[in-house]
Write a protein that binds this ligand. Structure first.
Ligand code: NJP
Length: 236
């Protein structure tokens, strides 16, 4: 069944892998992120109807304009994949306030900006579905990632609230990955930690693994909701 799917963080990593996994599907894919060139390159490789819209999820006006554009072009939205996210790792007593604020702005407020714009449309859809990419850090607080973990706990709480209040109108899925080998870890500015972090994440899961979990949640029958998926690297 054809669904209009809005994917944030579509320019790299898990988002890019999800866009590619939707190739040859009957769905319409709307790709949102700030890096348009990267998204266009990904869109050129995929074989379903797609639209790229430059969107910073922290900017309410940009988010609302992007969603209005989707509605004008495609008439509504069925699936929102909240995947955009950022992580900075530091011991808490060395944390940088601007980095903490950015994580809150993107991971929580950005997710809320787009979710707020989409809820009325998802409620109208026969197939309304929110998929939030959170983290194992939503379930466990790891060293050097207290604030990142706090943002992902918030995403999980928002997912649970959406489900509790709107389960008659839409499906809600939380996907909590462990380490995935993407550019995610490159954001960290702590020079003492970066090489160990890179080595650790390089051994993580391939982003296609998470994309497959997202597709699995989307392709369930109408009367089945996958509420939560926790997926960690296995034995290597
Ligand atoms: O990371 P990366 P992942 N407005 O850096 C976008 C979670 N996760 O794919 O705007 C709009 O390759 C950015 O786009 P751009 C993680 O928390 C990961 O690994 O063009 N978009 C890019 O497309 C996150 O929620 C791991 O720079 C913004 C994307 O976000 C999700 O997985 C483990 C933006 C980030 O792509 C995808 O991360 C885990 C903004 N203001 C959870 N800021 C892991 N990789 O190990 C950023 O537990 N983006």
């Amino acid at each position: 069944m054809k669904k209009v799917i809005v994917l944030t963080g579509a320019s790299s990593g898990i988002g890019a892998a999800t866009a590619k996994a939707l190739s040859n599907s009957p769905h319409v894919l709307v790709m949102l992120a700030r890096d348009v060139e990267k998204m266009k390159a990904i869109a050129s490789e995929i074989d379903c109807i797609s639209l790229v819209i430059k969107t910073d999820v922290t900017k309410v006006e940009e988010v609302n304009t992007a969603i209005e554009t989707v509605v004008e072009k495609f008439g509504g939205i069925d699936v929102l994949i909240n995947n955009a996210g950022i992580g900075y790792f530091d011991p808490i007593d060395e944390g940088k306030l601007d980095e903490w604020h950015t994580m809150v702005d993107v991971n929580i407020k950005g997710l809320l900006n787009i979710t707020h714009a989409c809820i009325p449309l998802l409620k109208k859809s026969e197939n309304g579905h929110v998929i939030n990419v959170t983290s194992v850090a939503a379930h466990q607080v790891f060293p050097n990632s207290a604030v990142y973990s706090a943002t992902k706990h918030a995403v999980l709480a928002i997912s649970k609230g959406l489900h509790q209040e709107l389960q008659k109108d839409l499906k809600v899925t939380s996907i909590s990955p462990g380490a995935v080998n993407t550019a995610f870890v490159d954001q960290t500015t702590n020079q003492e930690m970066i090489s160990d972090l890179k080595a650790y994440f390089a051994k993580g899961m391939h982003p296609d693994t998470i994309a497959q979990q997202i597709i699995y949640a989307i392709e369930q029958p109408k009367n089945v909701t996958i509420s939560e998926i926790i997926v960690r690297p296995g034995r290597s």
